[in-house]
Design a protein around this ligand. Structure first.
Ligand SMILES: CC(=O)N[C@H]1[C@@H](OP(=O)(O)OP(=O)(O)OC[C@H]2O[C@@H](n3ccc(=O)[nH]c3=O)[C@H](O)[C@@H]2O)O[C@H](CO)[C@@H](O)[C@@H]1O
Ligand SMILES: C=C(OP(=O)(O)O)C(=O)O
Length: 423
């Protein structure tokens, strides 16, 4: 039975909340355990649907995985099956991250195209171009990608765009390759640095993550390790945005301010009072937010995964805001839902013009993807009256017990089953 969130808006958020481990670091690091010849223990793994799906993907390949609280225990496969069932692959975009490790260690994979959030066409060309450069023969037919190699060989690879997933896949493919691989124009996101640190804890020789070029010296074998995932900067940003929009006063503990610079700069420009305190970030929301302009960019630019949440704030900010989405070509679906709550948003291609209104008023809306869902929850918290957010499966992919944690900050929000006839 489908569920929804019921929000009674207008409550001021107050108190402290602790961020969980980063979904987008946990998923590639889970895939990287395919490279380990010994047990791995991953701490700080968020309890999310995406993580459960990735565990199912790894299990289908032959790994043994067990979760106890926020820790995952992963044991290597006795025999690997280098193919993933289509129904699993479709549930998760990051399932594509098994390709690099399978190719690097087992020299073969056959997988269907991955699914994931419907925010653009999300092709795989950069991943496959890189695999080919490393010496793999790659074939695409009937919805499947198949690759094989007699053994990958280090080389220089230039990415046409600093794709997060392609950078991760190529790092994982190259760790066991013969010789040195240099990846140019790579993604610089903190999750890439976390993957490098995890792989190096297994005995890989990688340097440069967080900068434009990554150098990987191939090694023969990787061992196991005990590793802790970095905190989720997008989850932290979402709580900070919720505080900013509700004239709140919230301390987000456990996050790393250096990962949130672009987000903090925008919230500051909108009038929020931000202080970096020991162990986290405190934000006090202004009486009325101010309009700002924003463009999403690869890290350290403003993250596309915070674009919908910032747009929710722009809907009630004083003045006209402009949001440019430069990463994904179809990531404005939340705009139509925000309009149902009274927002004034015009979209022209990748540009959204948002005229701030004094108030939103609650109503029924649907989350079309993960961060769109987060934006609608924030809008519901700011709106007067009741907002019903459907499409919770998207929100549960990336936020652990979002409503419970918002309630601990004073929000009036609850989860309930949709009654028949409500949809
Ligand atoms: C699990 C995970 O970490 N997901 C994140 C990751 O997704 P993901 O790794 O899929 O994002 P990419 O950085 O690869 O995609 C960025 C852009 O590059 C394009 N592209 C990508 C690969 C390719 O081979 N060809 C190509 O054209 C995509 O269509 C998109 O327009 O980074 C995105 C950008 O920060 C985030 O929004 C996602 O939350
Ligand atoms: C788009 C996202 O995830 P995915 O890449 O897994 O679809 C996200 O985390 O906002």
């Amino acid at each position: 039975m489908e569920e929804c969130l019921i929000i009674e808006g207008g409550r001021r958020l107050e108190g402290a909340v602790t961020v969980k481990g980063a979904k987008n670091a946990a998923l590639p690091i889970m895939a990287a355990t395919l490279l380990a010849t010994e047990d791995c223990t991953l701490n700080g793994v968020p309890n999310l649907q995406d993580v459960a799906t990735m565990a199912a993907v790894l299990h289908s390949l032959g790994l043994k995985i067990e979760r106890r609280a926020d820790t995952l225990y992963v044991s290597p496969a006795e025999a690997i099956v280098p193919e993933v069932p289509a129904e699993l692959m479709r549930q998760l975009r990051a399932s594509n991250l098994v390709m690099g490790p399978l190719l690097g260690r087992y020299h073969f994979f056959r997988v269907p195209y991955p699914g994931g959030c419907a925010i653009g066409s999300r092709p795989m060309d950069l991943h496959l171009k890189g695999f080919r450069a490393l010496g793999a023969e790659v074939r695409e037919s009937q919805g499947y990608i198949e690759a094989r190699t007699a053994g990958l060989k280090g080389t220089a690879v230039y990415l046409d765009f600093p794709s997060v997933g392609a950078t991760e896949n190529l790092m994982m493919a190259a760790v066991l390759a013969e010789g040195v691989t240099i990846l140019h124009n790579v993604a610089k996101e903190p999750e890439i640095v976390d993957l490098q640190n995890f792989l190096n804890s297994l005995g890989a020789r990688i340097q440069g993550a967080g900068q434009d070029t990554i150098r990987i010296e191939g090694v023969e074998r990787l061992k196991g390790s005990v590793y802790t995932i970095i905190p989720d900067r997008i989850e932290a940003g979402t709580f900070l945005a919720a505080a900013a929009g509700t004239t709140g006063d919230v301390f987000v503990s456990g996050c790393r301010p250096e990962h949130l610079m672009a987000v903090l700069a925008k919230l500051d420009e909108m009038g929020a009072k931000i202080s970096l305190e020991k162990g986290g970030i405190r934000l006090k929301g202004p009486r009325r937010l101010k309009a700002v302009d924003c463009k999403t960019l690869p890290y350290p630019g403003f993250p596309t995964d915070m674009q919908p949440q910032l747009m929710a704030l722009m809907t009630v900010a004083e003045g006209t805001s402009v949001m440019v989405e430069s990463i994904f070509e179809n990531r404005f679906k939340h705009a139509a839902e925000l309009r149902r709550l009274g927002a004034d948003i015009k979209i022209e291609g990748r540009v959204a013009v948002i005229n701030g209104v004094p108030d939103l008023s609650g109503g029924p809306v649907e989350a079309t993807d993960l961060r769109a869902g987060a934006a609608l929850v924030i809008a519901g918290l700011m709106a007067s009256g009741e907002t019903r957010v459907e499409g919770l499966a998207h929100i549960d992919r990336g936020y652990e017990q979002l409503e419970v944690r918002l309630r601990s900050l004073g929000a009036e929000i609850r989860r309930r089953r949709l009654q028949s006839g409500e949809k």
